[in-house]
Every structure is written in C-alpha cells, then in structure tokens.
Design a protein around this ligand. Structure first.
Ligand SMILES: *Cc1c(COP(=O)(O)O)cnc(C)c1O
Length: 369
C-alpha cells in the first residue's frame, strides 16, 4: 500500500516524548508548549505564537481575536478547506467568496475589489497546495479599504513569499500541524501575530477566558483549544528538521514533474513564480481534455493500492451552506472545474523514491491502456 500521506518522524520526537512521560508533564502546562510557540514564532518572524488544538480552531480563534462580529463580511477563496468558511459562519459573519486562478489554484486577487462592501471587515488569504497566494496585492487592497488580513498558512511551513516567511503577513496568521502538514504534531495548530492585543485576546479565548485575578469567575465564554506538552514536544523536534522536510517536499515534487511531465492531458503544479518556488505540500494534477475522469484514474490507482485525494470541493457548492441560504446564485467556474478535474498523488514526507516511481508507472499504465 502507498498511502496518500505518510509522516516522517526521524528526529528527536521519541526523545522529547519520553521526556514528557518521564517528567509527568503531559498537559498544556508542560515546558515544550512555550518553547514550541517561541521557536515557531521566531522561525516565521513573528512576535507572538499561540498554540491551539488544530488548524481549524486556529482560524476560529483568529476570527475572534481580530474582532469579526455578526453582520460583518469576510472575503476568502471558494477553493479552500471548509475550516476557513466555518470559522466565519460560526462568528455569525458572512463569507464572501472569490474564484481562483486556473494555473496557481490560489485566489484570483483581481476579483477581490468587486466584492468589497460597507460590511467587509477582513480578507482571509489561503495558500493553496504549495504556491503562496499573492500577498502583496492582497495587503495593498486591505490597506486601501482598511480591512484586516488573516493568512491561513496551514500548508506552508518553511515556504516564503518574496523572501519573507509565509505566515508573517497580515494581522494574524494560522497554521495546522495535522499529520499531513509539512511539520506535524499529529493534531495541532498555531496562531501567530505581531500585535500584543490580538495575542492577549487569543490566549484568553483559547483558555476558557480564565483570568488571573478571579480564577473561576468568567466575564466571557471562550474555548478549550489548548495544545498538550506531548504535541508540542513532537513539534519542537519537527521544527528542528524544517529545512530538511521542505527540501524533501521539493524533491518529491521535482521527481513527479520529471516522471509525469510528458503526459499531455495532465496539468501539473507550477514549479515557480517570481515570488516563490513551489513547496509541493501535495502534488496535484488537473485533467484537461481527457477521455477519462478523475474517478476512473483514482479507482485504477486504488486497485493498485495507491492512495489519492480529490481536490477541495468549493465552498459555494457545499450542501451545508446552501441549506443555510448562502451562495445560492453563486457560480465560480474555475473552482468548479478544479473540484471536478483535480486530485493529488501520494506526497507525504515519508514517501520513498521507489514508491514515487511506482505511482508514476501505474499512472502511465492507465493512460496507455
Ligand atoms: C489542514 C488545513 C486546515 C485545517 O487544519 P486542521 O488542523 O486539520 O484542523 C486549515 N486550512 C488549510 C489551508 C489547511 O490545509
């Protein structure tokens, strides 16, 4: 079996986990939590790191911490994970969707201004699959209309945009450390900011709005989004290997490019733009003018014990939102096309060269049949 993702845990993960067990520090009170927050924030060039339970809660906390309220509108790409839109909807605000580019798969920045209204409060920028969103243009629009920016960098540990770390832009950025992300803590997430007020608010709301003066008297309701010392221990060990992990992702991407580059009907990920080299969080393929479907190709791979995933399903086609009366007349053709014609190959950090060659071979067998 070649699973769609296998994590790589070859550094000090074991050692640090044993330290947690041996010292009895397993909850969020343990020393690895603060260490992971500081070291991660420093890597991304941010002042404050606030660890949380996952990338979804990081987004929810970010929306709360920058002060998005009921009635506000937040602009985001339709082609993304549901965590992004859910965070906005849960705050009582309205997600306003923008289509993506067909080549970069990121939000089409030229479409943002036309959906700005009096109610628009923020832009949620998401970096998709390995190539950063066009942050300079997004930040310029945000400045012009006085909007906040949340940067979802869940897929981008170690990536840069014009030489600056992804996750260092906007008022607040969020990361996930799920097992398929570039560094992982199994489950886990982080919110980063340079703004002390936002950091304070995030710490307060992620920890049930406890306060130091009156321990069990609460003025607000928050969440328990605390990361454990066990997760943070794995995070510290993973962070030590970040450069190596990024290098391996690029090696995986380059090898797939080399092996699949001559297949006419495959649109492969862009290898670079002037602002960044692709980090290939996942190696996506979009089918163009094909006699076969994504379903057929993925079934063939699955029969040969190779895992795949379809691309994101756009937010404006999510039954859960349509039932709430959202996005009913929305049509965003690029997102719709990618959802129906895109899928990604096994590209986890644990993959071997032999496995990549097996995957490419199996794809070619299918096409030449
Ligand atoms: C994975 C991911 C998330 C959600 O993170 P979880 O830790 O799985 O909750 C959010 N945004 C993006 C872009 C992601 O890739």
């Amino acid at each position: 079996m070649i699973p769609v993702n296998t994590p790589l845990l070859e550094g000090n993960e074991n050692k640090y986990l044993h330290e947690c067990i041996n010292t009895g520090w397993i909850s969020s009170e343990g020393p690895f939590v603060g260490r992971f927050e500081n070291e991660f924030a420093e890597k991304v060039n941010r002042k404050f790191g606030i660890s949380v339970t996952n990338g979804t809660t990081a987004l929810e906390l970010a929306v709360k911490a920058i002060g998005i309220h009921a009635g506000d509108e937040v602009i985001l790409p339709s082609f993304t994970i549901i965590s992004c839109a859910d965070a906005i909807v849960r705050a009582g605000a309205t997600p306003v969707l923008v289509d993506c580019n067909m080549d970069t798969w990121n939000m089409d920045v030229s479409k943002i201004e036309s959906v700005i209204t009096e109610k628009t409060k923020a832009i949620l920028a998401v970096h998709i699959y390995g190539l950063p969103a066009e942050m300079d243009l997004i930040l310029a629009i945000a400045k012009k209309y006085d909007l906040k920016v949340i940067e979802d960098a869940a897929q981008m540990h170690g990536q840069t945009y014009k030489g600056k770390p992804c996750g260092s832009f906007g008022d607040v950025s969020t990361f996930s450390f799920y097992a398929n992300k570039i560094i992982t803590t199994g489950e886990g997430g982080m919110l980063l900011t340079n703004n002390e007020e936002i950091a304070k608010k995030a710490r307060y709301y992620k920890n049930l709005c406890f306060n130091n003066e009156t321990r069990f008297v609460h003025q607000n309701s928050g969440w328990n989004m605390r990361m454990t010392n066990l997760q943070a221990a794995v995070g510290v060990a993973q962070l030590e290997q970040l450069d190596k992990l990024v290098e391996k992702k690029r090696w995986i991407g380059n090898l797939y490019h080399e092996l699949l580059g001559d297949i006419r009907e495959f649109q492969l990920p862009i290898d670079q733009r002037e602002y960044a080299e692709n980090i290939y969080w996942v190696f996506g393929i979009v089918l163009n003018d094909c006699s076969y479907s994504v379903q057929e190709i993925c079934t063939h791979l699955s029969k040969n014990k190779i895992g795949t995933r379809p691309f994101f399903w756009p937010m404006h086609e999510q039954p859960v939102y349509l039932k709430q009366g959202l996005f009913n007349d929305t049509s965003l053709p690029n997102s719709e096309f990618l959802a129906r014609n895109g899928f990604y190959l096994p590209s986890g950090l644990g993959i071997t060269e032999t496995e990549i060659r097996t995957v490419a071979h199996c794809l070619k067998d299918f096409i030449n049949d």
